[in-house]
Design a protein around this ligand. Structure first.
Ligand code: NAI
Length: 710
C-alpha cells in the first residue's frame, strides 16, 4: 500500500493525500521515496487541473526518518544519497510540471514536511495551535536536504535565508504568514481546501519564480557588493557560535552560497552532498540520540513509574523567596498554578514576588505578554510570612538557605498545616534527600526537586528519589515538572546527586589547572572551544567561592560523622587563597574576574602574581580533554553507583543542567562518541598525568573491554 493516496475530484482537482499505512505520522523514508516516484509517474497519465497536497494524519508530515538517518554510515552513504536525490527529483517533477500544486498544511510541517510544502507553488496553513512550520534540522546536526536550502535561498535571498536555515526556529501560522513562508491562512480544513481550489482555478499554468525567465536572486547574488560584504563576515560570525564543533551551520552556509552560484538542479546536488556528509558525522548521531530519542523518551514519561495515574498541581507552596524560590514561584505561576510564597517576613516574600513583576514587565514591554496576562500571573502569587497560608497546597517546595536544621524546621512547619497527601520537596543542591526526609512525618512523600538558576530560563529539573520516597511521589513530582514545561531527569540519592557532583568536577579541574600554572585565559578559552557555554573560572565566580567553601565544609563535617575523611580537592588551596584575598566571586564584585561597572568583566590581572604561570603551557586540546573527561568519568561513576538509572538522564541532564557541550550529545554519549575503548585508554593516560580522579570505574573498564558502552 502506498503512503500517498491519489484522489481525483470531478472538477479536475487531484488530491495527493499523505497517509503512511499503519503509522501515526508521515515520514520521509525509503518507502516514501519509492511511493513518491511512483505517484509522480502515475499522475502523468492522468487528466487534472491542479494538485492539492495534504495529509490524512494530525500532523502534515513529520520529516526525515531519524531512526534510519542515525544508522547511515560512510559505507552505506551511497544508497542513502541516491534515495535523497530520488525524492528531490520527484519533487522537482511536480514543481516543473506546469500545473499548480498547493500545499494544505493542516498540522505540523517541520523539516522534511516543510520542504515538501516549499516545492509547492502555493502554501495555505490552517490557523491552529498545532501547526508549527520551520526547518529545525540544524538543531539535530543536519541540514534541510530535501531541497530546503536551495528553495529557501531562492525564495528569500542569502541574507534573509541564513537565520531561517541556521537557527532552526519554529513559526506559528501567523508568524509564517508574516515572514512570507505561507501565502494564506484558513480557519478550517474546508476553508483551506476551498482556498486551494480557488488558487488552482485562477492559476492554470504556474512556475516557481526561480524557474521563470529573468529570475534574479532576491537581495543579490554572492558576488553583488552588498551580499559579498555580508558573506565576508558571515563565516566568522557563525564560527563564533559554532566554535568549530558544530559542523551543521557551517555546512548550511556552504550549501547556500555554493548553491546560489549554479542552476537549481546543481544547487540541489550540492545540498545533498553536504547533507549526506552531515548525516554520517558523529555530531549528528550525538544530537539525534540525545535531542530526539532521549529527550522525547523523557517527555513521554520514560523515567516515571507507570502504575500511577497522572496528576496536576493547582496550588503550590514555596518556602524561601530568595533567588531560587522567586524563580520557582514565577515558573509555577506562568503555568496557571496558584503560588503561596513564604519567607521570614512579608517584605522578604514581597521581594520574591517582585522578581516576577520585573520579568513580566519586560515581557509586556517586548510584546510577549499583554498587561492582562501579566496581571493575572501576578495575582496567582500570594506573598506571606505565615506558614498557615500553605493550607490546601498539594505540593510545597522548600528553597531556604542550604542549612540542614533550617530545612528541617520549615518542613515541620509546613507539614503541620498540609493534608496527609501533600508532597514535600526540597530544592537543596547538595544535601542528601534521605537525610532531609528524616524531618518529615511522611518520608514517603518527601522528594528532591532540584531547579537550576535562573529558573525562568533553565529547562532542567533534577528529581531526587530518597530511600523512602514512594513511586507515587516520584510520579507526581515528574508530572509537576512536565506541567511546568520543564524537562525532568530522575536520579537516586547521593551527595550532590548527579548534576552538582559532576559540575563540581568541572570547576575543580579548571581551578586545578590554575594551581598548576596554566594561564587563566587558556583555561577559559579551552572550555569555550570545547563547547562549554562558560569557563570554569567564570562559572566559579558566578556560583561564588564562599558557597563552594561552604559546600566543602558541610561535606567534610557530614563525612566525619560517618567516620570518613573527605579527600582534599585540587581546587581547595586556590579557593582558600582567593577568599583570603577577599575575592569571593561575582556577587562580591571581584573574584577570578574583575567586574568594572558598566564594562565587560575581565580576568583579574593579579592572578599571575599568586598563581605563577608555567613557562611551558600545555596544548589547548589537552585542556579541553581534561574538562570533558573529568565530567564524563564522574558521570560513569554515577551510572556504576546507581545514582543514575538510565543514560538518557545523564545525557540530557549534563547538557541542560550543567553546560556539557551539546555537540557531544551529553556526558555518556561522549564516551560512545570516542568509543568506550578509546575513552578508557585516554582516561588512563590522563590519570597517569594528572591523578587518580581520571581513573574510570571498573564497570566501565569491563564494558569497554567487551566493546560496550552504556
Ligand atoms: P537565597 O539566599 O537567595 O534565598 C533563601 C531565602 O530563604 C531567603 O529569602 C531567606 O529569607 C529565606 N528563608 C530563610 N529562613 C526561612 C524560613 N524559616 N522560612 C521561609 N523562608 C526562609 O538562596 P537561594 O540561592 O535561593 O537557595 C535556596 C536553596 O536552593 C538552597 O538550598 C540552595 O542550595 C538551593 N539551590 C540554589 C541554587 C543557586 O544557583 N543559587 C541552584 C539550585 C538549588
Amino acid at each position: 500500500m502506498s503512503s500517498i493516496r491519489i484522489e481525483l475530484e470531478s472538477d479536475g482537482t487531484l488530491h495527493l493525500v499523505l497517509d503512511k499505512p499503519g503509522a501515526s505520522a508521515n515520514l520521509m523514508d525509503r518507502a516514501f521515496a519509492e511511493d513518491l516516484a511512483e505517484t509522480v509517474s502515475a499522475i502523468q497519465e492522468m487528466d487534472y487541473k491542479g494538485i492539492i497536497l495534504r495529509s490524512a494524519k494530525s500532523t502534515f508530515f513529520a520529516g526525515g526518518d531519524l531512526g534510519q538517518i542515525a544508522q547511515v554510515t560512510r559505507e552505506s552513504a551511497e544508497p542513502f544519497y541516491t534515495m535523497v536525490e530520488s525524492i528531490k527529483a520527484s519533487l522537482r517533477a511536480l514543481e516543473t510540471g506546469g500545473k499548480p500544486v498547493v500545499a494544505c498544511i493542516g498540522g505540523a510541517a517541520l523539516g522534511g514536511g516543510w520542504e515538501l510544502a516549499l516545492a509547492c507553488h502555493h502554501r495555505i496553513a490552517l490557523d491552529s495551535k498545532g501547526v508549527g512550520i520551520g526547518l529545525p534540522e540544524v538543531t539535530l546536526g543536519l541540514l534541510p536536504g530535501g531541497g530546503g536550502v536551495a528553495r529557501t535561498v531562492r525564495m528569500f535571498g542569502l541574507q534573509q535565508a541564513l537565520p531561517l536555515l541556521t537557527e532552526g526556529r519554529q513559526f506559528s501560522p501567523a508568524e509564517a504568514l508574516e515572514a512570507g513562508l505561507v501565502h494564506q491562512l484558513a480557519d478550517s480544513e474546508q476553508g483551506m481546501l476551498q482556498a486551494a481550489r480557488e488558487y488552482i482555478q485562477a492559476h492554470p499554468q504556474v512556475a516557481q519564480p526561480w524557474d521563470e525567465k529573468g529570475y534574479r536572486l532576491p537581495g543579490g547574488s554572492p558576488s553583488s557588493p552588498k551580499v559579498a560584504q555580508m558573506l565576508a563576515v558571515a563565516p566568522a560570525m557563525l564560527r563564533k557560535k559554532t566554535k568549530g564543533v558544530m559542523p551543521a551551520p557551517e555546512a548550511i552556509l556552504c550549501a547556500m552560497v555554493e548553491g546560489a552560484q549554479v542552476d537549481f538542479d546543481t544547487a540541489c546536488r550540492i545540498e545533498s552532498r553536504y547533507f549526506v556528509e552531515l548525516v554520517c558525522s558523529q555530531q549528528a548521531k550525538n544530537l539525534i540520540n540525545t535531542f530526539w530519542f532521549e529527550l522525547n523518551a523523557i517527555k513521554g514519561g520514560a523515567g516515571r513509574p507507570e502504575d500511577v495515574s497522572s496528576s496536576r498541581v493547582t496550588r503550590v507552596g514555596v518556602l524561601g523567596a530568595g533567588m531560587m524560590g522567586a524563580g520557582i514561584a514565577y515558573a509555577a505561576a506562568s503555568r496557571g498554578i496558584e503560588v503561596v510564597l513564604k519567607d521570614v517576613n512579608l517584605a522578604q516574600a514581597q521581594k520574591g514576588k517582585a522578581y516576577s513583576e520585573a520579568l513580566m514587565a519586560k515581557r509586556v514591554q517586548r510584546g510577549r505578554s499583554s498587561e492582562v496576562q501579566a496581571q493575572q500571573l501576578l495575582e496567582r502569587i500570594v506573598p506571606t510570612e505565615s506558614a498557615a497560608d500553605l493550607a490546601g497546597c498539594e505540593l510545597v517546595i522548600e528553597a531556604v538557605f542550604e542549612n540542614r536544621d533550617l530545612k528541617a524546621k520549615v518542613t515541620r512547619e509546613a507539614e503541620a498545616v498540609l493534608a496527609d497527601t501533600a508532597l514535600m520537596a526540597s530544592n537543596t543542591s547538595t544535601l542528601p534527600i534521605t537525610g532531609l526526609a528524616q524531618a518529615s512525618r511522611q518520608p514517603q512523600h518527601f522528594i528532591g526537586l532540584h531547579f537550576f538558576s535562573p529558573v525562568d530560563k533553565m529547562p532542567l529539573v533534577e528529581i531526587i528519589s530518597g530511600q523512602q520516597t514512594s513511586s507515587e511521589s516520584l510520579a507526581r513530582a515528574y508530572d509537576f515538572v512536565l506541567q511546568l514545561g520543564k524537562t525532568p531527569i530522575v536520579v537516586n540519592d547521593s551527595r550532590g546527586f548527579f548534576t552538582s557532583r559532576v559540575f563540581g568536577t568541572f570547576t575543580n579541574e579548571g581551578i586545578a589547572m590554575l594551581a598548576q600554572g596554566v594561564a587563566p585565559a587558556a583555561i577559559e578559552n579551552a572550555a569555550w572551544l570545547a563547547g562549554f557555554p562558560v569557563g570554569p573560572l567564570a562559572v566559579s565566580d558566578e556560583v561564588s567561592l564562599t558557597l563552594m567553601e561552604k559546600i566543602r565544609n558541610q561535606t567534610v563535617a557530614d563525612l566525619a560523622e560517618e567516620g570518613v575523611t573527605a579527600p582534599p580537592k585540587e581546587a581547595d588551596p586556590v579557593i582558600d587563597r582567593m577568599l583570603e584575598l577577599e575575592r569571593a566571586g561575582k556577587a562580591a564584585g571581584r573574584g577570578f574576574y574583575d567586574y568594572p561597572k558598566g564594562e565587560k568583566k575581565r580576568l583579574w590581572s593579579g592572578l599571575a602574581g599568586y598563581f605563577p604561570q608555567a613557562e611551558v603551557q600545555p596544548e589547548v586540546q589537552e585542556l579541553k580533554e581534561r574538562l570533558l573527561f573529568i565530567m564524563a568519568v564522574e558521570t560513569a561513576r554515577c551510572m556504576e553507583e546507581g545514582v543514575l538509572n538510565h543514560r538518557r538522564d545523564a545525557d540530557v541532564g549534563s547538557i541542560f543542567g550543567i553546560g556539557f557541550p551539546a555537540w557531544s550529545g551529553g556526558a555518556i554519549q561522549f564516551i560512545d562518541h570516542l568509543g568506550p575503548k578509546a575513552f578508557v585508554a585516554r582516561a588512563d593516560q590522563l590519570a597517569e598525568n594528572y591523578g587518580e580522579r581520571f581513573r574510570v570505574p571498573d564497570g566501565l573498564r569491563a564494558r569497554a573491554a567487551k566493546g560496550q558502552g552504556y
